[in-house]
Design a protein around this ligand. Structure first.
Ligand SMILES: [Fe+2]
Length: 373
């Protein structure tokens, strides 16, 4: 049996625990204060140090170095405008390039409308305050700025959590489904991995890659309704049993049809047993009538079925499986996709040997989660 251990690691309890994990953030926020006048810097610090962690810098360059090292920790910056070496607006503008979500407040000694308007646009300025400032007014402005930071930050966190929840949930469903039969352990995840290897060669857009990964993971979800005695039967299925088994692509489509985000995916799921020559099921679609995801998953599904041990036969070698796929090009499989699939032969072999290492490398959904800051 293949050594795909995702199900073992993703036990229901662990996975649900991870899915439901909450990360409350209760620490003080960090504020960077920048001013070349020592008295001003001290007044700012006195005003704010009870409620916030304070970092200070006496000029723009020094402040930029702090941002480079600790940008991820900083929620808000209060910067003076007129400073030697680098003006406040220049410093805030540079900070915006890397940390657009840090809330920025400019202190200015001059009521220069043009400079203020320019800085609002260039630095994504949240607020400006004319010196001398009223400490209570400054505190209030900072409080509302911090609320804005939390709002933006929480939105990002929620988006990341939702993506993660979706991804882990469908992975869990796929693992649970494969666990119904010891001989299909890890099947859905490997089929998805092989599908993504092929999909990447086609330079498909991000949305299509996401849908192919989802479709791969859920491609056999319709088997949930197939009785265990048919699913795990060691011998040949009777005609009647085969008819029941053949209903799983249409069942999958029905199951997911009501979920808006999965409308395209549900249309694709029904197509993974269609054949290029029109002899497949359930609808007997032919050639390019079969959605591309269905044609991709058909190749990946067959490769995995052949290279895995089943109740009725031992696993075939990678070479034998590739030869068989080549033989069925133009009848069972799309000939163009078959050539491309075979051109990935070495990647497929490596991924088959070590799916736990290779799946995350090809996973589009995992990449999206990693990239959501
Ligand atoms: Fe299937």
């Amino acid at each position: 049996m293949n050594n795909f251990t995702l199900l073992k690691e993703d036990t229901f309890e662990n996975s649900l625990g991870e899915i439901l994990q909450l990360n409350p953030k209760t620490e003080k926020h960090t504020i960077l204060l920048v001013d070349d006048e020592v008295n001003n810097l001290q007044l700012l610090r006195r005003t704010l140090h009870h409620d916030y962690n304070i970092l200070t810098a006496s000029n723009g360059k020094e402040a930029l170095e702090i941002v480079e090292g600790k940008g991820n920790e900083i929620a808000l910056i209060v910067s003076d405008q007129k400073m030697p070496e680098m003006e406040g607006t220049e410093f805030l503008k540079r900070t915006s390039e890397y940390y657009p979500d840090i809330v920025k407040i400019l202190l200015t000694g001059h009521l220069d409308v043009d400079a203020i308007v320019d800085s609002i646009n260039d630095c994504h300025l949240y607020q400006y305050i004319v010196k001398p400032f009223d400490p209570e007014e400054l505190k209030l402005t900072i409080e509302t700025g911090i609320k804005k930071f939390d709002l933006v930050n929480n939105k990002t966190v929620i988006l990341k959590d939702l993506r993660e929840l979706f991804y882990k949930t469908i992975k869990l469903i796929a693992s649970a489904l494969d666990a119904k039969d010891p001989y299909t352990h890890g099947h859905s995840l490997r089929v998805t991995m092989y599908s993504l290897i092929l999909a990447k060669k086609l330079n498909l857009d991000d949305t299509t890659l996401e849908e192919i990964e989802t479709a791969g993971l859920l491609h056999d979800i319709g088997k949930i309704g197939i009785p265990q005695r048919i699913l795990c039967k060691p011998g040949k299925l009777t005609d009647e049993e085969y008819e029941v088994m053949k209903s799983h692509p249409a069942q999958a489509e029905k199951m997911l049809m009501g979920i808006k985000k999965l409308t395209v995916v549900s249309n694709w799921l029904r197509a993974h047993h269609e054949r290029w020559d029109g002899q497949g099921y359930p609808y007997g679609l032919k050639g390019e009538e079969i959605p591309i995801s269905g044609r991709i998953i058909a190749l990946a599904d067959t490769y995995d079925a052949m290279t895995s041990t089943r109740s009725y036969r031992k696993a075939l070698s990678h070479e034998t499986a590739i030869d068989e796929i080549q033989r069925c090009s133009g009848t069972q499989f799309d000939p163009v996709l078959t050539n491309l699939f075979i051109s990935c032969s070495e990647e497929l072999r490596a991924a088959k040997e070590d799916p736990n290492t290779y799946y995350p490398k090809y996973s589009y959904l995992q990449k999206m989660i990693n990239e959501t800051r």
